[in-house]
Design a protein around this ligand. Structure first.
Ligand code: NAD
Length: 259
């Protein structure tokens, strides 16, 4: 979609830097929410085995009429499945109704992450997961994967937003060529009432959520805010039209909580 930048991952693939997160979207609403989002122009959906709504993500995709190849789908390996990622991904693909996901992440670190990571690399080589990465890891945990296999995760999905941007982790990502995905970009919605977000929004003629989301895109982060309401889905993808000046970005940078 015009106005949504792409990030080129370390495996050469391009990911839309904005999408829809479906954590806590109830399964009985997910298909409608996903179809609405795709009709509005979203081309990236972030789900997980643990969210219990993969089947409905697939249903929404088919209902939208948008081609599978035009949509980036991420899912994540459940904590209880670290021993058999291949079987777990096969079940996800069955539920999603697709033969591959675009990104498969280890949702949270476990006890035998190197073995799990090797299994994800095999799945990438087979094409069932086109890109692979991790979520909620420490720097040391990522280094252990790289030391053991020589393969750097394409993505690290962490909780990040203007208030807690985790700059040291982002600098680590840049040094190693890892793309940063920010979960909770609106801090579960709470940042939209922050005075800075309101002030910048009024200045540029946008909404607080839009300027916060634009900050993520302009600062090189990948963000997929969750919403189940058609109005907010439309508002959030309006980020594509929002332009922030350097001073707006710096004002939002200053929302960072002092260490
Ligand atoms: P978020 O920051 O996206 O906040 C979502 C909440 O913000 C919504 O429930 C709604 O209440 C509010 N909101 C949305 N649009 C708004 C708007 N325009 N104006 C005002 N309020 C608005 O938080 P999130 O859902 O936790 O994170 C986004 C996605 O990140 C999730 O859906 C999921 O896909 C992913 N995630 C991943 C992990 C992980 O461990 N990897 C953890 C949590 C979330």
């Amino acid at each position: 979609m015009d106005g949504i930048p792409l990030t080129t991952l370390n495996d050469g693939r391009s990911i839309p830097r904005f999408g829809l997160g479906v954590y806590h979207v109830p399964p009985d609403r997910t298909a409608r929410v996903v179809a609405t989002a795709l009709e509005l122009g979203y081309r990236h959906v972030d789900t997980a085995q643990g969210y219990g709504n993969e089947a409905q993500v697939g249903e929404g995709l088919r209902a939208s009429g948008v081609s599978r190849e035009d949509v980036w789908i991420t899912t994540k390996l459940d904590d209880g499945r670290h021993g058999d990622p291949r079987a777990a991904l096969a079940e996800s693909l069955e539920r999603l109704g697709t033969d591959h996901v675009d990104l498969f992440l280890i949702h949270r670190p476990g006890d035998r992450d190197v073995d799990t990571w090797r299994a994800l690399l095999d799945l990438r080589d087979d094409g069932a997961a086109r890109s692979v990465g991790v979520s909620n890891f420490s720097r040391r945990g990522i280094r252990a994967l790289v030391d053991a296999t020589g393969v750097v995760p394409a993505v690290h999905q962490i909780r990040a937003n203007p208030r807690t941007p985790h700059r040291a982790m982002q600098a680590f990502h840049r040094r190693h060529g890892i793309a940063t995905e920010a979960w909770g970009p609106l801090r579960e919605g709470r940042l939209t009432t922050h005075p800075t977000a309101r002030r910048v929004a009024a200045r540029v003629g946008a909404t607080p959520a839009q300027v916060l989301l634009r900050w993520h895109l302009d600062r090189g982060l990948i963000a997929f805010p969750k919403s189940a309401s058609p109005e907010r889905l439309a508002e959030n993808i309006g980020v594509a039209r929002v332009r922030l000046a350097p001073r707006d970005l710096r004002a939002i940078d200053r929302m960072r909580r002092r260490p």
